[in-house]
Design a protein around this ligand. Structure first.
Ligand SMILES: NC(=O)c1ccc[n+]([C@@H]2O[C@H](COP(=O)([O-])OP(=O)(O)OC[C@H]3O[C@@H](n4cnc5c(N)ncnc54)[C@H](OP(=O)(O)O)[C@@H]3O)[C@@H](O)[C@H]2O)c1
Length: 244
């Protein structure tokens, strides 16, 4: 065990994008951060930015040894206060490619559920306190034709988190659940022509950090995406099905 007192933060999927930005934010504010991902070189360069505050664990959330890796992280940082899942993929699948669907389901549903299930049970077994955060998406609100598995996987994530939020309240545990729903953020994942209201990674990171610290349940990043979520939720099928 390397560290004793600071807040202990685990970020699953911190090699790039929003996860990497959150790792920097938490490390620069004094937390001990365990950063994960599949790309060892990017984990190494992140660790070199904060060698006394960041430890790393290289693994694929679709693999068979997730629990072993999570336990290894606990051994390195000596506890857990905040568990953030940023690992996710978004594959455009205009021709409904079967392999794209399989990868999306393995990562965004099976990998996600295994991570979150482990963290929730960890907090229950260690006093019933802690916070779990996931980066879902505005896409969770309705189906879409360009990446059906992606929007379905994000719906799974947000609905699963709502269930855990209700479970924690019902059992009177102090476990806080935070469901982050970004619109477009300028990461590798979101490159393409039809983007609008694109937030920088830095701006998204700041808004996500503030939402986590305020212990919010559901937050749109950036804030104006709340309007799109509202429109998606209430648009009648005969209208939505022409554009989605
Ligand atoms: N960017 C947007 O516009 C946008 C909008 C809405 C929601 N989101 C969501 O935000 C989350 C973060 O994405 P991002 O935009 O920051 O993109 P990103 O830069 O591609 O980050 C994705 C992260 O997930 C990790 N990851 C992916 N598959 C993994 C696997 N099988 N095992 C372990 N780690 C894995 C990647 O690490 P490795 O590749 O090193 O494994 C990387 O660190 C995703 O869930 C995405 O769906 C993004």
């Amino acid at each position: 065990m390397l560290f004793m007192k600071s807040q202990k933060v685990v970020i699953i999927g911190a090699t790039s994008g929003m996860g990497r930005e959150l790792a920097r934010i938490y490390a620069s504010r004094g937390s001990i951060v365990a950063a994960t991902g599949r790309r060892q070189d990017l984990l190494y360069s992140l660790r070199m930015e904060f060698p006394n505050r960041i430890v790393t664990e290289c693994f694929d959330v679709t693999g068979n040894s997730n629990i072993g890796h999570l336990e290894s992280i606990l051994g390195k940082i000596g506890g857990l206060d905040l568990f953030i899942v940023c690992a996710g993929i978004g594959i455009v699948s205009e021709n409904l490619d079967r392999e794209a669907d399989r990868k999306t389901i393995d990562t965004n549903i099976n990998g996600f559920a295994e991570m979150i299930n482990w963290a929730f049970n960890y907090f229950v077994e260690h006093g019933g306190n802690g916070q779990i955060v996931n980066i879902s998406s505005i896409a969770s609100w309705r189906g879409n034709s360009w990446a059906p598995a992606y929007s379905a996987s994000k719906a799974f994530q947000s609905v699963y988190l709502e269930g855990l939020h209700m479970k924690a309240r019902k059992m009177k545990w102090g476990i806080v659940i935070t469901d982050i729903q970004p619109g477009f953020v300028n990461t590798n994942m979101s490159q393409g022509n039809k983007r609008f209201w694109v937030a920088s990674v830095e701006k998204a990171g700041r808004q996500i950090y503030r939402a986590i610290e305020a212990k919010r349940f559901r937050v749109f990043v950036t804030k104006r995406w709340r309007m799109i979520a509202w429109a998606m939720k209430w648009a009648p099928g005969f209208l939505y099905h022409r554009v989605g």
